[in-house]
Each structure stands twice: as structure tokens, then as C-alpha cells.
Design a protein around this ligand. Structure first.
Ligand code: SAM
Length: 274
């Protein structure tokens, strides 16, 4: 996978950005193709919600406005743009040129620095005050060795007095799911998307298959794989990368984490070990 940080000479999206290289691994290649396919409807499926604003307020409890943030899996900028509104200086990494193109369309002033790269092998040669992986981005690494590599990438980009902030979902329900879960997402005036999620509990993999029915055209499908993480497993991965847990909540408003309720989000904060 090539790494390209947008500058005037080298745009991070478009023809110069480059596609994922075969060596990036099947998981990354699948996810990239999936994200490229879904980029045009992503903001309709996952609309901006008030809790996205909470992320900036949460980061302000850890650091000051103006701090540097590296967002892993920036997507269309749903999280990054509200962070920029609050004065954070955000670099956003994504392996999907389609997602970064959407971000560019929403960010004509170029407030977010896009980086077209695989986050598991990322090495920007600098650190950030906050490394942020919201909305399950870490679960996009499909195998334990990829998740370890990704956590090392997180650690090498975190300033010695910086923070790592990771949001993951509680996998309790998925772990015992017997049949595929099917959901339908209407897409305003255009059609719908059907999503099917099957689970392999032994490997903690979720097989996610989406079909888009848009504008009366032939259906288009994309498949990806994720690997869910238990909070204790996240702590173990973090420990391997010399990061230690400093706080854990069940939401961006610092709701107490009780560890049991399914589908709740888990917000974990880590600090580099000295
Ligand atoms: C669940 S989406 C979250 C997007 C955004 N953070 C949000 O909340 O809207 C995960 C994003 O991670 C990106 N991604 C997945 N695997 C990646 C990888 N190996 N390297 C870089 N980006 C990746 C996907 O393309 C996608 O945009």
C-alpha cells in the first residue's frame, strides 16, 4: 500500500493516489473495495448524529483545542469535520480512495489532511496529541496479527504525553448470533441497501454483505470482513504495543462502563507507558 499525504503536488485522492497494492492483504483489499462501493451512500446510512459533536467535547477533556489528531479510518469525515470545527488539526487516514473523495467534496477548504494508506502499516514519521479510532475502525483488521500491527501503528503515532482513543462495539450479541442478521436501509429518493451480517465466533469474524439497489439500476454488492474485539482483548493488544488503559466509558459523555449491555459502544482511552 502506498502512503500519500495530500499536498499541492501530490493529491491523496484521484488518479495519483494509487490503488491498494496486492501486498496489502486480502482483508485490506476487501475492505477497500467495500468502502469504495459504499462511499456514495455512507452518509445516508450513517447520518451525522449529535453524539458526533460529543467526540470533540470528549477530546477537549483530554487535550486542548488546536491539538493534533490522527483519525484512523476517516471515511467521509463524519467525525473529522466536527473536530476541525472545534479547532483540532486533523489528519485522516483511509485506504479507500472513494471515501477520501467524499471527504474532499465535503471539505473544500482542505481543513482535514487526507492520507491514503493502510493504517496497519502506517508510518508518517511523526506523532500526534491524539490518535483516534472511532466507530469500530480497529475492527476492520480481520486477524489478530493485523490487529497487533495496527496497535503498534497507533502507538508509534502517539506523542509521549498523548492519548489514544478507541471506540468499539460490544460484541456480546454478535458472538452468540446463530442466523444472519438482515437490515434494510432506505436511501432517500434512490432506493435501498440491504445488509446481511453473519458471524464466525471462533475467529470473531463478521462477514458483512451489502447490496445496493439504487436509481433502478442493476443491484451492486460488496462484501467485507471485520473482527470484533472484546474490551479485555483490546487492553491486551494495547499492552503489547506498550499502551495502558487510563479510562473506559460506554459513550462519549463519559457514561460509566458496565461491560455487559449488548450493542453499547465502548470508548477506551490509553496512554503510552513510560
Ligand atoms: C466504520 S468506517 C468509519 C468511518 C468514520 N470514522 C466514521 O465514523 O464515519 C471505517 C473506515 O475505515 C477505513 N478502513 C478500513 N480498513 C482500513 C485500513 N486497513 N486502512 C485504512 N483505512 C481503513 C474504511 O475505508 C472506512 O472508511
Amino acid at each position: 500500500m502506498t502512503t500519500s499525504v495530500a499536498t499541492e503536488e501530490t493529491p491523496a485522492t484521484g488518479p495519483d493516489a494509487g490503488d491498494p497494492e496486492p501486498g496489502a492483504g486480502l482483508g485490506t483489499a476487501l475492505t477497500t473495495a467495500y468502502s469504495d462501493a459504499l462511499a456514495e451512500v455512507y452518509d445516508e446510512i450513517y447520518p451525522a448524529t449529535p453524539d458526533l459533536e460529543d467526540i470533540a467535547d470528549f477530546l477537549l477533556t483530554l487535550t486542548a483545542s488546536g491539538a493534533s489528531v490522527l483519525e484512523l479510518g476517516v471515511g467521509t469525515g463524519r467525525v473529522a469535520l466536527p473536530l476541525a470545527d472545534k479547532g483540532f488539526r486533523v489528519h485522516g487516514v483511509d485506504s479507500s480512495a472513494g471515501m477520501l473523495a467524499r471527504l474532499a467534496g465535503k471539505d473544500p477548504e482542505g481543513r482535514i489532511t487526507p492520507v491514503h494508506a493502510d493504517f496497519a502499516t502506517l508510518d508518517l514519521g511523526r506523532t500526534f496529541d491524539v490518535v483516534l479510532a472511532p466507530f469500530n475502525s480497529l475492527c476492520c483488521a480481520v486477524a489478530p496479527d493485523e490487529q497487533i500491527a495496527l496497535m503498534h501503528a497507533v502507538a508509534r503515532h502517539t506523542a509521549p504525553d498523548g492519548h489514544v482513543v478507541i471506540e468499539t462495539f460490544d460484541p456480546s450479541d454478535y458472538h452468540v448470533q446463530k442466523k444472519n442478521e438482515i437490515s434494510t436501509y432506505p436511501i432517500d429518493g434512490r432506493g435501498a441497501m440491504i445488509e446481511s451480517i453473519g458471524v464466525l465466533p471462533a475467529s470473531q469474524n463478521m462477514m458483512i454483505h451489502n447490496t445496493l439497489f439504487l436509481d433502478g439500476a442493476a443491484p451492486r454488492s460488496a462484501t467485507t470482513v471485520m473482527r470484533y474485539l472484546w474490551p479485555s482483548e483490546l487492553d491486551l493488544l494495547a499492552g503489547i504495543a506498550r499502551l495502558e488503559l487510563s479510562a473506559r466509558y460506554s459513550g462519549w459523555r463519559e457514561q460509566p462502563f458496565d461491560g455487559g449491555d449488548s450493542r453499547k459502544m465502548c470508548v477506551s482511552v490509553y496512554r503510552p507507558l513510560r
